[in-house]
Design a protein around this ligand. Structure first.
Ligand code: HOZ
Length: 431
């Protein structure tokens, strides 16, 4: 695999961009090699600046659910861009987008567009505090909700490749109201509520965790959270930045039949453009300025080109519900194929999957929370990643991330991926 141009770009980037990248996981540090720089993408493939072509299981970390550069999304972007890139004023597209999301997600009565998942979760919690008049929030170890100060406590994603899952630069006062529970452990949640009676504004959760690798909620976990929050007068906030419009049009909340008070979205709803959104019960959302006293604003919020991309992608998904069956079927072939291989080759790994997302953890024990995820052998993941990359398979460059299958992946790509994985497993000297 050629990588001269990527290497040269990285050398230059490191001089002028912190770590050479604009988001830490992209630096490939945890897979112990320099990153490849991407030049273009089409369907299920991405192509780097050295001309290497890979089957892509990152999909821009989720947005590319239809595959890269889907013609419908691309055309909508071109058309909107022709009419102006940004107005900083209200547009019809924002109304259409809000209407579309409200029609598709039953728990949404009102929605506010922002520019990223980080903004969505940060704003959702501010609203929860404004609504309840309480300060504290609960999050789960290993769940990642973007990089706002109060949420960079025991975070997932890139933080798990750092020395500790917290960030420098977050003041003690910002973090003191963030309480941390164990994923899939309702007792740990109840204890926090007991010790902080009447003080907890909201509990935020990834209904399927996908930033410590994919970790599924055990039976009754999400329902239990719903009940505790209702009982304690706290808002239940679902971070559906990854699962929204991926696990079906209704997201994880539709799949598991839970109605959160507030939901956060990003990634897919922007069709590849920077978009986030938060929404929920009318009485809660009416707290947001200028309806109510909770301030939140943005020059590029509801940007017309971004709205066009999001509307095109969501409308296409709504018009083609069979796509969900297709991506879930492709996910099933991939992840059950990997699970079969793991068993057949006696490889020390477990597969966690739901629909079109999944993770292979290099550990033999089941993974239901961060402690179990952290037992994974990250050096083995690095070897696996590098082997697969050489074979033209682009996976998440870190153990604690998800793999994403898109509507553009076909059996041919999955078969090639499984073949490469089998060859890697053979190098491990199993049966
Ligand atoms: N936080 C993303 C993974 N969960 C990575 C974002 C990026 O590097 O683009």
């Amino acid at each position: 695999m050629r990588d001269e141009i990527s290497r040269a770009l990285f050398a230059e980037a490191k001089k002028i961009i912190p770590g050479g990248v604009n988001s830490p996981v992209r630096a490939f540090r945890s897979v112990k090699r320099d990153p490849v720089f991407i030049q273009s993408a089409e369907g299920a493939y991405i192509i780097d600046v050295d001309g290497n072509r890979y089957i892509d299981y990152v999909g821009s970390w989720g947005p590319a659910i239809l595959g890269h550069n889907h013609p419908v999304v691309l055309e909508a972007v071109r058309e909107a861009a022709g009419r102006g890139l940004s107005f900083g004023a209200a547009t019809e597209a924002e109304v259409r987008m809000a209407r579309l999301m409200i029609e598709l997600v039953p728990a949404l009565e009102m929605v506010r567009m922002v520019n990223s998942g980080t903004e969505a979760t940060m704003s959702a919690l501010r609203v929860a505090r404004g609504f309840t008049g309480r300060d504290k929030i609960i999050k789960f170890a290993g769940c990642y909700h973007g990089h706002s100060d109060a949420l960079l406590v025991k975070g997932g994603s890139g933080l798990l490749s750092e020395t500790k899952p917290d960030s420098a630069g977050v003041s003690a006062s910002c973090a003191q109201d963030t309480l941390v529970a164990q994923y899939n452990d309702l007792d740990s949640v109840s204890r926090l509520f007991e010790h902080n009676k009447g003080k907890i504004a909201a509990l935020i959760v990834e209904p399927v965790a996908a930033n410590m690798g994919v970790v599924l909620p055990v039976d009754g976990f999400l329902q239990g959270l719903r009940e505790i929050c209702t009982q304690e007068g706290a808002l239940l906030v679902f971070d559906e930045v990854i699962t929204g419009f991926r696990l079906g049009l209704g997201g994880a909340q539709g799949l598991f039949g839970i109605k959160p008070d507030v939901s956060c979205f990003g990634k897919i709803i922007g069709g590849g453009m920077p978009v986030g959104a938060y929404g929920g019960r009318r009485e809660v959302m009416e707290m947001v300025s200028p309806s109510g006293p909770v301030y939140q604003a943005g020059t590029l919020s509801g940007n017309p080109v971004a709205m066009a991309a999001g509307i095109a992608q969501l409308s296409f998904l709504r018009g083609h519900p069979e796509l969900y069956a297709h991506i879930a079927a492709m996910g099933e072939v991939l992840f059950s194929g990997l699970a079969d291989l793991v068993k057949r080759k006696s490889v020390p790994a477990v597969i966690n999957t739901i629909g079109s997302i999944g993770s292979l953890f290099w550990t033999e024990e089941p993974v239901f929370n961060l402690d179990q995820a952290m037992k994974a052998d990250t050096s083995r993941y690095a070897e696996y990643f590098n082997f697969m990359l050489e074979r033209g398979i682009y996976q998440a460059p870190a153990q604690f991330e998800a793999l994403f299958v898109s509507a553009s992946h076909s059996s041919a790509e999955i078969a090639k991926t499984l073949e490469a994985a089998e060859d890697f497993f053979n190098t491990l000297g199993g049966s």
